[in-house]
Every structure is written in C-alpha cells, then in structure tokens.
Design a protein around this ligand. Structure first.
Ligand SMILES: Cc1cc2nc3c(=O)[nH]c(=O)nc-3n(C[C@H](O)[C@H](O)[C@H](O)COP(=O)(O)OP(=O)(O)OC[C@H]3O[C@@H](n4cnc5c(N)ncnc54)[C@H](O)[C@@H]3O)c2cc1C
Length: 417
C-alpha cells in the first residue's frame, strides 16, 4: 500500500482518488476550495460523450476560426496576450490542425472513451451514487444546418455501426423538440445520432463521489488548503507537497489540478502545454410548460450543446482564448441567450437561467496528459480539455495502474508529455 497525495478536487482528482483506493492505496486529496468541483467541473455541459470525441484541432479549423472571429455571435473569441503560454500553445495547436493528426487523435480518444464508459459502469456499480447525479442515456444527436456540411458528414458515417445519419424528418421524429428549430429562421438539414451517449450532473457526481470517498478508512480529504509546491529530495524525487496547512509527505503525488497544474508543475521544471479555453454555460429551469429536448443535442454550426439534467436544461458553448479570465462577459452571454432562444424557444425558462464560465484545461491536440511526469514521485492526470467528465474515469484507472507499478491498460501514445 502506498500513500498517495492527489492535488485537485475536480472530477479528475476525485475519480483518481477512487481508483487509487480501489487498488488498496491510501489517499489524501487536497483541494484549495472549501468545496469540491468549483473549477471546470462545476457547471459543464454534462455530456458523457464517449463516441463523439471530435478533437478541436483539425484541417480547415484555422480557416473556419477566421470566419468565427469576424462574427460577433461566433463560437470563438481571441484576445492576444503578451504571454508565452498563449502563443506557444497556439503554434502547437496549429501544428495539430491536419487531417492525419486529427484522425490519429480521434482514434486514441475513441479508445479512451470506450475504456471510460466501461470504467464508469464499474464505478457506478461499486459506488452506488444514486439518482442525485441525474444520469440518463438518451444518446447524442449532432444537428447540421447546412445541407452540404451534413451530406459530407453523413457520407463519412455511412456503414459505421456506432453513428446513424438521420434525415430532417427522422431527426424530428427522434427528438420532437427539434420542431422548434424552424419556428425562426434556422433550417435543419439532418443529424448524426449516436445511441448510448449519456448525460449527468458533473457537480452532483463529484459531490456524491466525495461523500463515498469520505466513508473510506484510507481516505483523507483536505478542503480549503492550497498546494504551493512540492517536497523534493536532493536527487529531485518528489516525496510530498507544501500546502498552506503544512507539509504532507507521500510515496506518490498525482497532479490533477486542472489548468492550475501548469503553474505547479513548473515549480519542479515540468512544462505542461496547457491553455485555458474559456466556455460558458446556462442552466435554465424546466417547468411543465416547457418542451425541452430529451436527447442530448449538439448544434454543430453554432457549437452549442443542450442537455436535460433533471429539471434543468444545461446549455454549454463557446471557446474564448482570453487567458485565465473567469468573468461573465455580458456580450457573450447575451449572444448565447439570443442563439438559444432562436433555436429552442420553448425548451426552458431562459429568463431564470444561471450563467457560468469555466476554463477547459486544454492541450494542443485535445488529448489529456496521463502518467509519468519525468520527475520521480510525481504523476500527471491533466489536460482533459472539453471532455474531462467523459474521460476522467479512464484516465483515473490508467494513473492508478501506473502508480501501482503495473502497465497502462491502454497504449498511451499521444497522451504523455
Ligand atoms: C463550458 C464547458 C462545458 C464543458 N462540457 C463538458 C461536457 O459536456 N462533457 C465533458 O466531458 N467535459 C466538459 N467540459 C470539460 C470538463 O468540465 C473539464 O475537462 C473537467 O472539469 C476538468 O476537470 P479537472 O478536475 O481536471 O479540473 P477542475 O474541475 O478545474 O478541478 C481542478 C481542481 O484543482 C483545484 N486546484 C487548483 N490548484 C490547486 C492547488 N494549488 N492546490 C489545491 N487545489 C488546487 C481547483 O480548485 C479545482 O477544484 C466542459 C468545460 C466547460 C468549461
């Protein structure tokens, strides 16, 4: 049995703690906030998108990005900064914007997604998190407004067992709320449906899992204490952490502090290629007057996700490269409200929607960084970007296996430093 310190009480840190305890290790989890899941895991899109992994870096994205930047209501915003982190990330991102690279990353993420789905099922069975996490498996429908774009994607998925290309009418038959789509000016060309995709409340999941962890005799949760650095031996091995509440020694330290992992890793000379991709969400109550989509819907051209989570509609959108700014930009929120009201006018009470902004801890390729850090004693579980809820179950098990001295259950090419 090893004593492990996990840094970060987001979905990645919590699932890592669970996976380590399952393998017989002792765990101290350190979270700087007084509650878990107050960072990117707070009010994300809630999608467990195991098969629709779609890495952002792809051929044609730089050109599309130019168009998006010119559109004030577009999904992308860029504020240039005099920052090495921003420009080095952008250069690496552009290098990943090639078809063959995208296909390789997609293959790896699909394998990770499949393993994550199986890992989540095992965790669910063992932890019995109950109804609070609002888990449903309605499948995911990616809808297209442009017939040409839809035809291109439909031709690609033909014959694939996992995805089904649906005509306009089939989309509306599957998800009657889509009839609202065309009440305004929008057109619906068709959609790609992936059965088996799930949605859940990530924050509720984290809170419920933390409660289960607390019941474990070998778990200690330290909330409200920030990790400021590492304890290192003269040979450079990490043997613990320095926190605002004192030092904690450990046989293994797992860095799972989301975006903030970058600054912590830098204190021991590890450069993590992470950059914040800021996104927004709205959480709007659903009453008996509303007609929300039951299927989880992604509006491809607008890059907006809709997921019913219990009696609320969660809407997530936007990629803003604006540094670590967590402010709620009134213009961005107004633009999101306009799009949502035009797309699903009767789905929820948008007047009472709660806005939120979070920073996706993104790598240039879109794949997380998992495993050895290069510094003995320090392990990484970072960079989950737009799909951290989805992939957390897989990467937690991978890290826990490696810490236990065993091989990774999946090949880690493209997912290491
Ligand atoms: C708008 C939006 C929509 C999204 N939608 C989806 C979705 O639908 N599906 C999906 O799978 N993913 C989605 N994501 C991505 C997902 O939310 C993230 O990838 C995931 O939450 C990252 O989890 P994390 O634990 O790495 O980071 P976080 O949740 O940010 O957790 C890191 C934790 O570390 C703590 N910490 C930081 N520094 C220190 C320190 N020095 N000491 C102690 N603690 C520290 C922080 O306080 C924080 O609690 C979305 C993200 C956004 C922003």
């Amino acid at each position: 049995m090893k004593h492990c310190v996990v840094i970060g009480g987001g979905v990645v840190g919590l699932t890592t703690a669970w996976a380590l305890l399952e393998r017989g290790h002792g765990v101290t989890l350190i979270e700087r906030d007084s509650e878990v899941a107050q960072g990117a895991s707070r009010a994300n899109g809630g999608q467990l998108s195991y098969r629709y992994v779609s890495p952002l870096a792809d051929a044609g994205v730089p050109l599309k990005a130019m168009r998006w930047l010119l559109d004030p209501d577009g999904p992308l915003r860029f504020k240039p900064e005099a920052s090495w982190a921003q420009w080095s990330w952008l250069v690496a991102f552009l290098r990943n914007c090639r078809g063959p690279v995208n296909r390789r990353t997609t293959e790896r993420l699909l394998a990770l997604g499949a393993y994550s789905q199986a890992s989540f099922a095992r965790l669910q069975a063992a932890a019995e998190l109950g109804d609070a996490i609002a888990l449903r498996t309605p499948g995911k429908l990616v809808v297209y407004r442009q017939p040409a774009e839809f035809a291109r994607v439909a031709a690609r998925v033909q014959g694939s067992g996992a995805e089904q290309a649906l005509s306009h009418d089939d989309c509306v038959a599957l998800e009657p709320a889509l009839a609202q789509f065309e009440e305004g000016e929008a057109t619906l060309a068709g959609g790609i449906f992936t059965p088996g995709e799930a949605v859940a409340d990530c924050h509720a999941f984290c809170a419920a899992l933390y409660e289960r962890l607390h019941g474990h005799e070998h778990f200690r949760g330290r909330l409200g204490g920030r990790v400021d650095g590492f304890l290192t031996s003269v040979r450079g091995t990490v043997f613990g952490v320095q926190t605002t509440a004192g030092d904690v020694t450990a046989d293994a330290v797992i860095l799972a502090a989301g975006l903030h992992s970058r600054a912590l890793a830098a204190t021991v000379g590890v450069e993590l290629p992470l950059y914040p991709l800021k996104g927004y969400s709205l959480t709007a109550p659903i009453t008996s007057d509303h007609r929300p989509p039951e299927v989880s819907v992604t509006d491809f051209e607008k890059k907006i996700l809709y997921a019913r989570i219990g009696q609320q509609l969660r809407i997530a959108a936007m990629v803003d490269l604006v540094g670590e700014d967590l402010g709620l930009d009134g213009r961005r929120l107004a633009s999101l409200q306009r799009s949502v009201r035009a797309t699903f006018p009767h789905a929820a009470d948008y007047d009472r929607a709660t806005p939120w902004a979070g920073l996706r801890p993104a790598t240039p390729s879109g794949a997380p960084i998992v495993g050895a850090s290069g510094v003995p004693g320090l392990w990484l579980n970072v960079g989950h970007g737009a799909l951290g809820f989805t992939f957390s179950f897989a990467t937690a098990n991978i890290v826990a296996e490696l810490v236990s001295g065993r091989a990774s259950p999946l090949p880690l090419q493209g997912m290491t430093l």
